[in-house]
Ligand binder design. Structure first.
Ligand SMILES: Nc1nc2c(ncn2[C@@H]2O[C@H](COP(=O)(O)OP(=O)(O)OP(=O)(O)O)[C@@H](O)[C@H]2O)c(=O)[nH]1
Ligand SMILES: [Mg+2]
Ligand SMILES: [Zn+2]
Length: 308
């Protein structure tokens, strides 16, 4: 048997994997034994580091998938049970793109995305796009709350070319996954950063949002200066949601900081005296809308959610 070659999966489609190696791209399949005795789900996915043996020029066999440091996945119901579909393996960072207008940002969706990346320990930052429509000030009113708790925010406009260089710099040399609502401008931003990508704008989501099984991008797009980006049209925060209400405390960083100081250890942070979370909201250290998001994700009943 020939020597093993290490590479990274940059594209996956119906059992075939394009693996980037120092010998170029090899088209590979999975060694049969890798499929045995595994739970229902993808065995390999874009972003995975793999070891392959060369079969013939340009073709290889994946012998081993290296353990992942991070991943994003969704659980898809199938007749045989829940299937774990891996969106991307080993991303260095998640980039959440929201437009400040058209469509209006639904920040509860952003809060959900951020809870997921907190859980998966994936660094995240936010792009507030289309500031040509709203002005920077309006955008800041919406997104500054995230900067305050340590998520970087980039304010961008594709037609006005604002913020593109700063965003580009954040992507170089890293593996990034782009997510956010349809129409926010993910593909437009990526095309503007690297014109050669030629990603379809607009019509993609119309095609993918219809069916029950949204097809997600199965490709890592290489950046000229190094690094990769995965665009994920149609990916929703709810698709990725695999968090129980009890866990949510840990995934809102500003809230998990505060609640250590509540008077009662069984505080629900809705009405109790000595609640440090409520105190922090009053002191404007926790944004009331983040708090609303948090309680909803904990599945607190609507009539028990206090408003500030
Ligand atoms: N005014 C304005 N329009 C923008 C900007 N960025 C993108 N658009 C427009 O917004 C629309 C949607 O852009 P896309 O790049 O397709 O959005 P997307 O996030 O990739 O959407 P999906 O692929 O459906 O998830 C297009 O008509 C773009 O031309 C921007 O900064 N300002
Ligand atoms: Mg798109
Ligand atoms: Zn409390």
């Amino acid at each position: 048997m020939s020597d093993e070659i290490r590479g990274r999966i940059v594209q996956a489609q119906s059992g075939f994997y394009n693996v980037e190696t120092d010998q170029g791209i090899l088209v590979c399949q999975l060694r049969g034994r890798l499929k045995k005795g595994r739970k229902l789900g993808d065995i390999a996915a874009i972003g995975d580091w793999v070891r392959i043996t060369l079969q013939e020029p340009g073709k290889g066999m994946i012998e081993e998938v290296e353990p992942r440091s991070t991943m994003l996945y969704r659980m898809a119901p199938t007749p045989r049970g829940e299937y774990q579909q891996i969106i991307i393996a080993n991303p260095d960072q998640a980039v959440f793109v929201f437009s400040v207008q058209e469509p209006e940002p639904r920040l509860r969706m952003l809060d959900r995305f951020l809870a997921i990346t907190e859980k998966e320990k994936i660094e995240s930052f936010i792009v507030a796009n289309k500031i040509d429509l709203s002005g920077r000030r309006q955008a800041q009113i919406l997104f500054q709350r995230y900067q305050k708790i340590g998520y970087p925010v980039f304010y961008t406009s594709v037609p006005k070319k604002i913020g593109l260089r700063a965003l580009h710099k954040q992507l170089i040399g890293r593996t990034s996954v782009f997510a956010g609502p349809s129409g926010a401008g993910k593909s437009s931003l990526l095309n503007a950063i690297q014109p050669g990508l030629g990603l379809a704008v607009k019509e993609v989501s119309e095609a993918t949002n219809k069916g029950k099984h949204t097809t997600v991008s199965r490709k890592l797009l290489p950046l000229e200066e190094g690094g990769y980006v995965a665009d994920t049209p149609g990916l929703k925060a709810l698709d990725l949601w695999d968090i129980t209400p009890e866990e949510v405390d840990g995934y809102f960083r500003e809230i998990s900081q505060a609640l250590k100081h509540c008077r009662f250890s069984d505080c629900t942070h809705t009405h109790e005296p000595g609640c440090a979370v409520i105190e922090a909201i009053k002191k404007k250290k926790i944004h009331p809308e983040r708090y609303q998001s948090y309680l909803r994700m904990r599945e607190v009943e609507e009539d028990k959610i206090p408003w500030f």
